[in-house]
Structures are given as C-alpha cells and as structure tokens.
Design a protein around this ligand. Structure first.
Ligand code: NAD
Length: 351
C-alpha cells in the first residue's frame, strides 16, 4: 500500500479552440471591471485585441514583460496598474508574461487571469521566480496562482516550430520529475504520464507542420497537465541544474531544459525504476535517456550547452552551485557525478 497526500488545484481551467472569446465572461465571473492586459513586446498586437475584446472592462495594456521577471519591470507594471486603477491582470503570453502577472499579484493582491501561448506551464503553479541585480530567486506563494486559465489552442499556432519544440520539452521535464517526486502521488503520476504521451506524439508532428491543428491541441493539453504536475509536486535535480544554468550564465530557459533533460534522466535512472518504465511507455526504446536525446535530435532542438553560449570554464562553477544547497533527488547529488553530467551536456554527448 502507498501512503500519499494529494493537493488539488484551485485554478479554473477552460480549454479549447477560440476560447479567448470567453475572457470577458471569465473576468466578469471574478468580479473584475478594469483588467490590465500584460504581454511581451512582440505580442503587443494580440494583447491589444484582447483589450478590445474586453471593451469597457479593459484598463489598457502593459507590453514590457521580459524573461526571468526582472523586478524593475514589475515595479513599472505595478505603478502602471495603480495609475489606471486596474482591479485584475490578464497575462497573454508564455512564462515571462505569466511571471509578471504573478509578481504583480504578489505585490498588489490583484487577481490574475492567464491566456497561455507557450507550453511552459507557469500558469498552473504557485512558483514565482524573479531576478534582481543579476540573481534569480524562486518562491512558492499559493496566492499568486492565476484564478482562471483559458487555454486557446489557436493562440499557439503562431509559436514558431523551433520555439514550440523546446517549450514542449520544457513541459516534458516537469512531467518527468513529477514521476519520481518525493511527494509524488497517484494523480500526479497519472497526469505526468499522460502529459508525456501527449507531448511525445505531438512535438514531432509540430516540428514538421507547425499548423497541425490536432497536434497543437495535443501539445497544449500535455503542457497543461505537465504544468499542473509542476504546481502540485516538488521537482528535483533537473530543475535545480536548469535554474543554476539560467541564473549563472543567462542561457535561454526552454533550451536549457531540452539539453539537460536526457542527462538527468540517465543520472536518476538507477534510482527511479517506475518513472523510467513510464517514460519508456511514452517514448519507446531500450533506454529513456537515449530516447529523450534522440527525440531532441529528431526535433532539430539543441543538444549541447556550448551551443547555447555556456563557457566550458563554467562547468565546475555550475557543479558547485548545484550541489551547494542540499535538496532531495532520487539519487544522491554528488559533485563528481554532476560535473560528469554537465561535461557531457556541455559537449552535446549522448547521456
Ligand atoms: P517566454 O514567455 O519568454 O516567450 C518566449 C518568446 O516567445 C517571447 O518573445 C514571446 O513573446 C514569444 N511568444 C510566446 N508565445 C508566442 C506565440 N504563441 N506566438 C509567437 N510568439 C510567442 O517563454 P516561456 O518559455 O514560455 O517562459 C520562460 C519563462 O517562464 C522563464 O522566465 C521561466 O523561468 C518562466 N517559467 C516559470 C515557471 C513557474 O512555474 N514559475 C514555469 C515555467 C517557466
């Protein structure tokens, strides 16, 4: 018998195609009358259309969301939200925009609605990562979860194939670590397995044809489940390594996850048999780490940290940071083994 604790989600989720048209009624259901729409600079037009759709319930747009939620951007956005008397924010975008929404919620208490446009999954988590003075800190704050998440598959059609595949593997990484989480539970395990199945079958189709409607729906469904896993159970070595590499060398988020995942799976394989068996169901092959490495190759995704701009001289520093703060992982985190893992990932070698 397995003893477990399962934490249910409080977020309302609407999933479908064309569902963004429901945003006004979802805002109304939360009692929101002045919604500030958030986006990154390159989704300005889309955010403007959402403000138009909200009509009298819109309080304008803030178009300055940036990767890793810089505190100076948040401060500007909070000042803007106050100046227009916003009573809610609507994040239209990926993890960067949802992150800004969470940072605003943390400072003002304003509720967030989210309309995700990538597969990062931040909209389903209570995790707020922020950068200040070049260093990134992460907190779990239950209240920063968006109240309502509307997944509209149509919005993902514009995500370029190359960005889609790394964003999709980023989602797979949440699912993989949920399979062996210390506080894992049967529901999280089911969601993680289903997420891996959906992403493993859809990403190769999207890489070939980014306008494949069914594959896009499948990938977003997998991303929702994977994000829910990330928000439900604790992550381990993979997320720690990616956090260190992103924070220390400023490497791109989803690409780091794509390169590192096969190597961490190889590292943890001896200590996580049940998880490995489930990954192998989604990605058939003799070895789950090899299957993930081959998948990245087939998708044309990066497989070497050096190709993302990490200096070879950074390997030892990264290993030191990864092992410095003790934390749980199915296999103990040892400095020499982590250095070997990073060396292979840096060079793009098979795990
Ligand atoms: P992103 O939000 O930075 O988006 C990447 C780029 O793609 C941006 O320029 C964006 O404008 C563009 N884009 C997004 N959707 C698009 C679409 N449909 N069509 C065309 N262009 C589009 O990238 P991301 O990978 O979604 O998020 C990364 C950030 O999210 C990182 O800062 C990461 O730390 C954070 N994150 C946080 C959590 C969490 O739980 N807190 C989880 C995952 C990621």
């Amino acid at each position: 018998m397995k003893t477990f604790v399962h934490r249910g989600q409080i977020t309302k989720v609407v999933f479908g195609s064309g569902t963004r048209s429901r945003i006004p009624e979802e805002a109304d259901a939360l009692g929101c009358r002045r919604v500030l729409v958030l986006c990154t600079p390159d989704q300005t037009d889309r955010a403007g259309r959402m403000a138009d759709l909200l009509g009298a319930a819109a309080a304008g747009t803030f178009t300055g969301a940036a990767p890793h939620t810089p505190v100076e951007v948040t401060e500007k956005a909070v000042a803007h939200a106050r100046s227009v008397a916003a009573d809610a924010v609507l994040a239209v975008g990926g993890g960067s925009t949802v992150g800004l929404g969470k940072a605003i919620t943390a400072r003002t208490g304003l509720p967030q609605l989210a309309l995700p446009t990538t597969y990062a999954g931040s909209e389903m988590t209570p995790i707020l990562g922020e950068t200040e003075g070049g260093s990134k800190t992460t907190r779990r704050l239950t209240d920063v979860r968006p109240r309502t998440v509307v997944y509209d598959v149509e919005l993902t059609h514009t995500l370029p194939a190359a960005v889609s595949v790394v964003s999709g593997v980023n989602a797979m990484a949440h699912a993989v670590e949920a399979l062996y989480a210390r506080d894992g539970d049967p529901v999280a395990f089911l969601m993680a397995g289903e997420a891996l199945d959906a992403l493993a079958r859809s990403l190769p189709l999207i890489a070939r044809r980014p306008d494949d409607v069914e594959a896009r729906a499948d990938a977003l469904y997998g991303a929702w489940l994977a994000g829910t896993c990330l928000g439900t159970v604790g992550m381990a070595l993979h997320h720690k390594v990616c956090h260190v590499l992103g924070g220390t060398f400023g490497l791109p988020h989803a690409e780091i996850h794509t390169v590192v995942l096969p190597h961490v799976v190889a590292y943890n394989a001896p200590a996580a048999g049940e998880a490995m068996a489930r990954i192998a169901r989604a990605l058939p092959g003799d070895d789950p780490a090899d299957a993930l490495f081959d998948l990245a190759g087939r998708l044309g995704a990066p497989r070497a940290l050096r190709d993302l701009g990490m200096p070879e001289s950074g390997i030892e520093r990264a290993a030191e940071l990864v092992v410095r703060d003790g934390y749980w992982n199915p296999r103990p985190v040892e400095r020499r083994a982590v250095t070997a893992l990073l060396t292979r990932a840096w060079a793009g070698e098979r795990p």
